[in-house]
Design a protein around this ligand. Sequence first.
Ligand code: SAM
Length: 230
Amino acid sequence: MNLLHARIPAGTADTPDMVAARVAFLGSGVYAPLADELARHATEGLIVDAGAGTGYYLARVLDAAPSAHGLALDVSAVALRRAARAHERLGAAVWNLWEPWPVASASASLVLNVFAPRNGPEFHRVLRPGGKLVVAVPNPGHLAELRDLIVSVDERKEERLDATLAEYVTLKSRTELTRRVTLSPEQIRQVVGMGPSAHHLHKDGRAGQLDAITEPVEVTTSFTVSAYRR
Ligand SMILES: C[S@@+](CC[C@H](N)C(=O)[O-])C[C@H]1O[C@@H](n2cnc3c(N)ncnc32)[C@H](O)[C@@H]1O
């Protein structure tokens, strides 16, 4: 379903190449520990994933809540086509998260937000009283070994996260997930390709740096998952 009526800036939505890289990379299970952590917060009722991408995380959370229903919102129609097929209890709507969402007030028991834009007033409006917001962000050390290839993480993201959301929800728990994993050259190309960095590498004429990787590389993955109550 494409409900999008607002114009959004070019370059906001993931492209088909980025989506293909994301499907392949997430499918290889490297971020499964993050999916497991999100699934610990599963609730019955309506679960909205704001910026759901291909629906990978929402599908894992729905697996943990047998009678819940999921709604994936994302501005990328290409990603959402994948999301719509990711789980039988998952619906998907192409939507700009900065517009009021196509979701009734106080209807969601859980809102997920994984590496995507955060609209505090809409989190607050759609969550039922007592409902939960779960936000995942990458930490400064995330994929630090690939820093030359990947646009860097804002070091003060957590502080900004709390400041943005304090007015709308109350922080209840925060979990840091840090692991060392070995990525194949193919997985490195996928993890670079699923973000905006690949585009920058091509623009700067540095795409050859990626091709030069022919051996597995050990990297750090590091995320923070914050759970808030409405
Ligand atoms: C880094 S990806 C994360 C996707 C998914 N949560 C995941 O982790 O696989 C960011 C997502 O936010 C979406 N996005 C960016 N700006 C958006 C906006 N204004 N409204 C809706 N979605 C947006 C992109 O299309 C993309 O799917």
